[in-house]
Design a protein around this ligand. Structure first.
Ligand SMILES: [Zn+2]
Length: 208
């Protein structure tokens, strides 16, 4: 029995003041810290969006296109984002208030300029694995609580991949440790996670 906590992309870039700020994104930090510090997890992992400059998901790389339009990347539809979480910049750093000492492992993603990687487990083309699935299997993860930024993108895809990659494990989405970009997208994400057998909980459910 290994209980794991997965913190998705709790980075400056996705918090107010960041290049791809999610409304109220920094509100997840104290919730994450309460869970990190709770002592109930055997393993705490954080994912980190970590793009090279000029990543193909950036609208700036598509002449005439704007952020939050659907464009194309490597022949597939791609949401075009503002430049964000560029390797080595403050925008890409994990939020400074996050209790980093309690994090056992950081999984970086989005390093291939030709494909985006919402999930902490694999790229959006579903071809390249990050290695996080095998790592969690090697640690014998049987329970995984996850959340972070943003619910309708990186959290959702990580949660759905976790179901695939950790067969038999109990996966829970921690709603108050998560914030989304688009309210209707968040609703859909929660419905999709529920349909995949993921339980929706709050940090209070976990800590009480
Ligand atoms: Zn990104």
């Amino acid at each position: 029995m290994t209980k794991a906590l997965l913190l998705i992309d709790i980075q400056n870039g996705f918090c107010p003041g960041g290049n791809l700020a999610v409304a109220d994104g920094d509100a997840v930090v104290p919730v994450a810290n309460a869970l990190i510090d709770s002592g109930r997890y055997d393993l705490v992992v954080a994912s980190q969006d970590w793009h090279p400059p000029g990543h193909g998901s950036f609208a700036s790389q598509h002449p005439g296109r704007h952020p939050f339009e659907i464009g194309e990347l490597s022949g597939k539809p791609q949401m075009l984002w503002p430049d964000h979480c560029v390797q080595g910049t403050n925008d890409a750093a994990l939020h400074p208030d996050l209790h980093l000492a309690g994090i056992d492992f950081v999984q970086r993603k989005g390093e291939n300029p030709a494909v985006d990687s919402y999930s902490a487990f694999r790229d959006n083309d579903r071809a390249a694995l990050t290695g996080l699935g095998a790592y969690m299997v090697s640690k014998g993860v049987t329970e995984l609580d996850l959340g972070g930024l943003a619910t309708d993108y990186c959290v959702k895809f990580s949660a759905l991949d976790a179901v695939d990659m950790l067969p038999g494990a109990e996966i829970r989405f921690v709603a108050d440790m998560s914030r989304g970009i688009d309210p209707s997208g968040v609703e859909l994400a929660i419905a999709q996670m529920r349909a995949a057998g993921i339980e929706v909980v709050t940090s209070q459910d976990i800590l009480s």
